[in-house]
Design a binder for this molecule. Structure first.
Ligand code: 13P
Ligand code: SF4
Length: 349
């Protein structure tokens, strides 16, 4: 666990991190990407961190890969690349820098390490977990195989390296349906997200059997709430992530991965949009879409929110915490992730 008092006193010895309206003004070009959602006072607090991180990043030959759920000051201020899980995994195979700082949750950092065993992969807080990744172990995968002999195992990337290693192929929310449909068998095992699996099953000709994990953020949304909201705001476009229940997905005007959601809103520019996913998504695109009014049901992912500017600076300063994956496990897990990337490219995704 991070010792925050020690982290703060060490950082203050090396960097001037006092709120600075002057630095905030100098860095106004960055602020303009988020000024609809970040106040000037907050920007004066963030600016010294953003400046220090961007300088240190170059000195350490590091790149910051950030998930779409990061807060705006991370997403717009320090990230070199932002995206959904599939895009981040692909990007991890392309970076030239020696160090990857993964701003997201642990399974994402592990995926980057699996794909880049020679690089140093850092995560700013090892406690950035995921309820889905925590819901299944490699033994769980073997249980499913014993129950459905011969059926291939398609595991969501929201899993540990051990679970990926025990699976035949991975998938993300951006390619789950197509990956399942591409399996030769009529029955396909999906782990660990029961709702993603049911949403895929509703659109697939395959028999999909699944592990009963769930995302603690997306399972909170209910179809009833969405219907009630739509009744009062008939113009709203409801856009959901496939980790939501099938009832919620049925209410949505569009369902897709986090980047699919961003692209859809950019393309359709609805007057009012409700993003039925993690809170920061709407904040991150609010400035790019000034004519779209975002209603935020705002469920926060407590794991994603463990990542902050302060911890990113610490991670680069201290070169910690380094993500380590057992070599034999990583090799098997790499097969499952690379097979997903290969198949995704073949399917034109
Ligand atoms: P995406 O792959 O759609 O970015 O989703 C990852 C995730 O954890 C959503 O909760
Ligand atoms: Fe995991 Fe849900 Fe958080 Fe995504 S939003 S990282 S699936 S707990």
């Amino acid at each position: 666990m991070l010792d925050i008092a020690n982290l703060r006193s060490t950082l203050s010895e090396h960097y001037d991190l006092a709120p600075s309206p002057e630095l905030a003004a100098e860095m106004s070009a960055i602020y303009e990407t988020m000024n609809r959602v970040v106040s000037p006072a907050d920007w004066a607090i963030y600016a010294p961190y953003v400046a220090a991180i961007n300088k240190l990043k170059k000195e350490r030959n590091a790149v910051i890969l950030a998930h779409n759920y990061m807060t705006p000051e991370i997403y717009h201020g320090v990230a070199d690349f932002v995206g959904d899980s599939l895009q981040l995994a692909i990007k991890a195979t392309e970076v030239e820098e020696a160090v990857i700082v993964q701003c997201g949750v642990h399974f994402m950092a592990e995926t980057s390490k699996i794909l880049n065993p020679a690089k140093t992969v850092l995560i700013p807080d090892t406690e950035a977990g995921c309820s889905l990744a925590e819901s299944i172990t490699a033994e769980g995968v073997e249980e499913m195989r014993a129950k459905y002999p011969g059926a291939p195992v398609v595991s969501y990337v929201n899993t540990t390296a051990e679970v990926k290693a025990a699976s035949d192929i991975c998938c993300t929310s951006a390619n789950a349906l197509q990956i399942v449909n591409a399996m030769e068998s009529d029955t396909v095992i999906m782990t660990p997200d029961q709702y993603l699996a049911q949403n895929v099953a509703n659109e697939s000709h395959k028999k999909v059997v699944f592990w009963e994990g769930s995302c603690i953020v997306h399972e909170l949304y209910t179809a009833e709430d969405l219907r009630a909201y739509r009744e009062h705001n008939p113009e709203v476009k409801i856009i959901a992530h496939p980790e939501c229940t099938p009832d919620v997905v049925a209410e949505a005007d569009y369902t897709g991965s986090t980047s699919g959601i961003v692209d859809w809103v950019h393309q359709h520019k609805p007057k009012e949009a409700m993003l039925v996913t993690e809170c920061s998504m709407a904040s991150n695109i609010a400035d790019e879409l000034p004519d779209v009014e975002f209603s935020k049901p705002c469920n926060m992912c407590p794991y994603m929110k463990k990542i902050s500017l302060e911890k990113i600076l610490w991670s680069l300063h201290n070169m910690s915490d380094e993500v380590v994956v057992d070599t034999a496990v990583a090799e098997k897990a790499r097969n499952a992730v690379e097979e997903m990337i290969r198949l995704s490219r073949k399917l034109g995704l």
